[in-house]
Design a protein. Structure first.
Length: 149
């Protein structure tokens, strides 16, 4: 059994592995400007975070659905120091838990997009995804208030 590498860091930020064999298509979608969610290849149930087996039917078959990119704030927190140095430099900032409009059973966690003050969000607000490159090979989905209806 090979050991999976731990989280990597760039400029002090903990980053995902875009080559992860299970979650790689999610990160490839982010790099392409698409929000993708894993879906079972047998029963169609969407799941996040991605995993090798469907929790509903136990199938190992999986595909990826491209989502619209709009969501509703389900919860949020505003971290304050003490934090890891790279995060303390950004504080205060909003970390959001959102439910996707396409499939409210899917919740994603992500930071507010660049330039969004932490008080720009409230539970129930409409938000949309904004993709931000944080390293040469990593693009993260972040959230901003919906600018158009």
């Amino acid at each position: 059994m090979t050991e999976r590498p731990g989280p990597r860091a760039t400029a002090g930020l903990l980053l995902p592995d875009p080559d992860d064999p299970v979650a790689g298509p999610f990160w490839a979608g982010c790099a392409a400007g698409e929000l993708r969610v894993q879906a079972c290849g047998v029963c169609g149930r969407r799941r996040m975070p991605p995993r090798p087996m469907c929790p509903a039917c136990h199938s190992l078959a999986a595909g990826w659905d491209t989502m619209f990119g709009r969501a509703t704030v389900w919860s949020f927190a505003v971290p304050h120091p003490p934090l890891l140095p790279a995060y303390a430099a950004r504080a205060p900032y909003a970390v959001l838990v959102v439910t996707l409009d396409d499939d409210p059973t899917i919740r994603l966690v992500g930071d507010a997009a660049a330039g969004q003050p932490p008080d720009a969000f409230a539970i129930g607000d409409a938000v949309e995804v904004a993709f931000e490159r944080v390293a040469d090979d990593v693009v993260l989905p972040r959230w901003r208030p919906v600018t158009e209806p």
